[in-house]
Ligand binder design. Structure first.
Ligand SMILES: Cc1cc2nc3c(=O)[nH]c(=O)nc-3n(C[C@H](O)[C@H](O)[C@H](O)COP(=O)(O)O)c2cc1C
Length: 395
């Protein structure tokens, strides 16, 4: 329920600041108490009188000169949520650095309430490595990024960077208070690249970093799910609220996954699992002086197939990393018995293994394919969960 909640609306200095007025009005219509905090630059784009009229209170712009001697800490405690819409590249950078140089950043730093950041800027600014790194840092802080959309931008340009639709921002904020759209679901995710031993020292592996699976786990948890992450690339820190099961080989991953799948409502197989492993693992280290070893490979357990064969299998999402074309992924979506297949072409710059971003296509069993732009992996995770939630609701 949104009604009765306290929300700080941060407004920064971008052209889309005018849309924040509409967002404020919609929040008020939903019964939310809204206090606007504007950056000084935002005043170039929209007047404080507008927010005062819409919200019924004077926006905070400066930290000093108020009856309240410490407006940022008062607002930080008062807030049930903070939403920054639009968020400029500059504000995102200051947030990432914790640079408390204005009332908005100070409020965000001082709050323990959930923080939503809705970026809006030109495509080049959005795709700049600095912005990408800053966004990735904000997701590490646990902030929810409301992804920008593709479309027409200021000055007649086209591309990614448009502020998300205020109705979508509203929907994301609402989901926090309604327990999230995955509340009540148990989600099982596999992640990372398995490693198949050759001898006690060496293995056959792949380039998967586990970042996509971690992002899926964090996003699912933020949306209210119980999350089990079976991973061959455990994250360095804790993932709060997520049960992490560390594995090494495809066989271990299969055992852990099949052992848990019966309690899962949704299974997302994001791991890069080896299809083959050495048939015999040398007990001692193989040495150059022994000559070139011959490796005989045998197939590993097919984890996805093992799930599709179950009577009461969960909603199932598969992944297919391809090089150059997604034709094989479309074929896999048709034949593998999954509900949804996430295809990605790892030959695209900045997409796939090891990178912080991914460019995916969502492929349905009937071959319908929806392409998405290159996005940070945490946002890709939300794109996937949006599709899962939508498809499960419609069946
Ligand atoms: C006409 C104009 C439009 C701008 N639009 C944006 C924008 O949409 N997104 C953005 O990140 N910066 C935009 N900027 C740049 C920001 O205003 C600038 O980086 C400023 O320092 C942001 O300050 P703030 O984040 O504290 O509000 C724009 C600047 C001008 C002059």
């Amino acid at each position: 329920m949104l009604a009765g909640r306290h929300l700080v609306l941060g407004v920064t200095g971008g052209v889309a600041a005018y849309k924040a007025v509409y967002l404020a009005r919609r929040l008020i219509e939903e019964g939310v108490e809204v206090r606007a905090v504007m950056t000084p630059t935002a005043q170039n784009f929209v007047g404080e009188a507008t927010f005062a009229a819409v919200t019924g209170t004077q926006p905070i712009i400066e930290l000093f000169g108020h009856d309240d001697v410490s407006p940022h800490t008062s607002l930080a405690r008062w807030a049930d949520a903070v939403v920054i819409a639009p968020a400029t590249a500059s504000t995102i950078s200051k947030l990432a650095a914790g640079e408390s140089s204005n009332a908005l950043i100070a409020t965000v730093l001082a709050t323990t309430a959930p923080v939503f950041v809705a970026p809006a800027m030109h495509s080049e600014m959005w795709e700049h490595p600095a912005t990408r790194a800053n966004i990735s840092r904000l997701t590490d802080f646990g902030y929810t990024i409301v992804p920008p959309q593709s479309g027409s931008l200021a000055g007649g340009d086209e591309g990614i960077g448009r502020l998300a639709d205020p109705e979508d921002i509203l929907k994301m904020v609402r989901s926090i208070f309604d327990g999230g759209d995955l509340a009540g679901s148990t989600v099982l995710i596999t992640a990372g690249g398995t490693r198949e031993p050759i001898d006690p020292v060496r293995y056959i592996g792949n380039r998967s970093s586990g970042k996509m699976g971690n992002a899926l786990a964090t996003a699912a948890h933020a949306r209210g799910a119980q999350v089990i992450l079976v991973t061959a690339a455990p994250p360095p820190g804790n993932l709060p609220g997520i049960e992490v099961i560390a594995v090494d080989t495809a066989a271990e991953m299969a055992e852990a996954t099949w052992g848990r799948v019966d309690i899962a409502d949704i299974a997302v197989m994001a791991a890069a699992v080896a299809d083959f492993r050495p048939a015999d693992v040398a007990t001692g280290k193989l040495r150059r002086t022994d000559g070139s070893p011959e490796l005989l490979l045998e197939p590993t357990p097919d984890i996805l197939r093992g799930i599709t064969k179950r009577d009461n299998r969960p909603y199932l999402v598969g992944f297919a990393a391809e090089v150059g074309s997604l034709d094989a992924a479309v074929e896999k979506a048709r034949t593998k018995g999954v509900d949804l297949l996430v295809g990605n072409d790892i030959s695209i710059d900045g997409s796939g293994f090891g990178s912080d971003s991914n460019q995916i296509a969502l492929i349905y069993p009937d071959g319908t394919t929806k392409h998405h732009p290159l996005l940070p992996k945490r946002q890709v995770a939300d794109v996937i969960w949006d599709a899962v939630v939508e498809q499960r609701a419609s069946t």
